[in-house]
Design a binder for this molecule. Structure first.
Ligand SMILES: NC(=O)c1ccc[n+]([C@@H]2O[C@H](COP(=O)([O-])OP(=O)(O)OC[C@H]3O[C@@H](n4cnc5c(N)ncnc54)[C@H](OP(=O)(O)O)[C@@H]3O)[C@@H](O)[C@H]2O)c1
Length: 223
């Protein structure tokens, strides 16, 4: 990758978390492609984002075209649609980093950890796409609403898990660009922790009336 900022293709970027990440990254100067099942919907979402980020480089494409055009591809769709969406872009993402934000929630009991047979969404993505794609799991524990607020960075750290250290390092840069502190937390097998933690945070939100709980790593030398 060159010194210039990579183009970020956000599949499902018309939605809550993808839209929030798109806003943060466009504002930080990254070229952003909103991906959608519908090219028209993608263009509409991109136009709305461009209106918020005046100098932003933003466009909308269908998911397959977005995956082909992006340097780094970000998957932001519900878990029930993770596998079919990945199958549809399996060819164009080969050789790239794919950031998976999927949390394997099983409605209606989203406050209860219910892990999938494949171990975790991150492991499912890596297994489905194959070793030609560097899957990195991140952003499971940040509430989308916090990303939308332009005046406050989310009060939340981000666990970054993946089998390729360079890919994780590139994602840590994107975490910082989105206004958060990221931690390389080990291989993709460890993504299960961040995914399960989301149900715990949802439970805390409900019990303690928190508008989007997050977590912090403490005890660091910098703290
Ligand atoms: N929301 C949060 O605060 C949050 C926080 C952490 C992690 N997450 C995770 O991030 C992912 C996205 O969450 P979200 O809240 O942003 O979801 P969302 O807004 O409900 O959906 C995101 C996008 O997914 C696409 N989509 C919806 N149904 C689909 C289907 N049947 N097949 C293929 N694509 C479909 C839609 O895009 P198009 O219609 O444009 O194709 C939609 O805009 C989930 O896995 C979630 O667990 C969310």
């Amino acid at each position: 990758m060159s010194d210039s900022k990579p183009t970020l293709a956000i599949l499902g970027g018309s939605g809550d978390l993808g839209g929030g990440l798109a806003f943060r990254w466009a504002r930080a100067g990254y070229p952003v492609i909103i991906g959608s099942r519908s090219a028209d919907k993608a263009r509409e979402a991109a136009a709305a984002l461009a209106a918020r980020v005046s100098a932003g480089d933003v466009r909308g494409l269908d998911n397959q075209a977005a995956a082909a055009a992006g340097d780094i591809v970000v998957l932001t769709v519900p878990f029930a649609n993770q596998a079919p969406t990945l199958e549809a872009v399996k060819a164009p993402v080969q050789g790239k980093i794919l950031i998976d934000v999927t949390v394997p929630l099983v409605p209606p009991k989203v406050g209860t950890v219910q892990l999938p047979a494949g171990g975790s969404a991150g492991q499912i993505a890596q297994s489905l796409l194959g070793e030609g794609v560097r899957v990195v799991s991140a952003f499971q524990n940040v509430a989308a609403a916090h990303l939308e607020d332009p005046d406050h960075d989310p009060d939340c750290d981000v666990l970054v898990c993946g089998n390729d250290a360079d890919a994780c390092q590139q994602v840590l840069v994107l975490v910082a660009a989105a206004g958060m502190k990221g931690w390389h937390a080990g291989p993709i097998a460890n993504a299960v922790v961040a995914e399960a933690l989301t149900s715990v945070l949802i439970t805390l939100n409900r019990r303690y009336k928190i508008p989007g709980a997050g977590f912090r790593i403490t005890g660091t030398p910098q703290a």
